[in-house]
Ligand binder design. Structure first.
Ligand code: SF4
Ligand code: SF4
Length: 114
């Protein structure tokens, strides 16, 4: 169960933060609605050769939706359908190797409850 913002502020104000419910990103992700554009990805790798020489591959860690993964031969895969359009990968890739644009009109994530 996710605590209302007002209740969180109240818990902080009164010092009763121990009463706060734990908040999990997965719980928030489940409240979203996705309108997936199956014909056109709004995310892409510009140059896969750069990924192969990227030592730490931070894209595997900074994306809150876990969009980036590696297949069996180490190639970066993009599950663009799960993107929450936070924009982190526009600045998180040390080689500026991720192409990013907003999904086409009518597609993308819908924040219905928050
Ligand atoms: S952080 Fe950028 S360059 Fe490195 S693996 Fe991910 S997309 Fe490729
Ligand atoms: S915009 Fe955010 S959610 Fe989408 S792929 Fe980039 S880091 Fe992940």
């Amino acid at each position: 169960m996710v605590m209302k913002k007002r209740d969180r502020f109240e818990a902080k104000r009164t010092g009763k933060q121990d009463d706060l419910f734990p908040v999990y990103v997965d719980d928030f992700l489940m409240t979203l609605k996705y309108y997936v554009d199956e014909e056109e990805s709004h995310l892409w790798i510009k140059d896969f050769k750069i990924c192969h020489s990227c030592e730490y591959k931070p894209c595997l860690y900074f994306c809150p939706a876990g969009v980036y993964s590696r297949d069996s031969d180490g190639t970066i895969q993009i599950a663009f359908q799960s993107c929450v359009e936070c924009g982190c990968c526009r600045v998180g890739c040390p080689y500026d190797n991720i192409g990013w644009k907003l999904p086409r009109g009518g597609f993308g994530v819908a924040y219905k409850f928050g």
